[in-house]
Design a protein around this ligand. Sequence first.
Ligand code: DQA
Length: 145
Amino acid sequence: MSSILVLNGPNLNLLGSREPAIYGTATLADIRAICEEAGARAGLAIDFRQSNHEGVLIDALHEAPGRHAGVVLNAGAYTHSSIALRDAVAAIGLPVVEVHLSNIHAREPFRRHSHVGPVALGMICGFGPHGYALAIEALGAHLTG
Ligand code: DQA
C-alpha cells in the first residue's frame, strides 16, 4: 500500500484549545483519526506528524521521497514566512497538497500570501478538519491518475 505524509506545523499541537472560534474544537488527535479514515478509503497509509520547528519540518520533507508517494502539508504560520520550507517542497519532487483549517484569504492580510502555494499541487482551506480528508482524497485521485 502506498503511503502519504501528513505534516503539521507550529501550534497545531494546541488544536482543541487554540482559538476555537477560528480553528474549532477538534484536537490534532481527532484530525489524525480523520486522516486515517480518509487514507483507508483512498487505499493510502498515513504517516501523521507535527512539529513546532522549521528544520524538523524540512527534514521530514527531505525524508519523504522513497518513503511516501505524496504529502499533505499544513505548515501553519510558516506558510506565510518560510522560504526554506517552500524550497523543500519544491526540492522533493513529490505532489504536495497545502491545507489550512481556516480560510486564510478571509483573515488578516499577512495570511493571504502563501510561499507554499506556488509549488504545491493544490490548496484546500476553510473547511476545518474535513479539509484534510478532502486533501487526502484529492492526492489519492492524483496518484492513481
Ligand atoms: C493555519 C492558518 C495559518 O495562518 C496559521 O498560522 C495557523 C493555522 C490553518 O490551518 O488555518 O497556524 O495554517
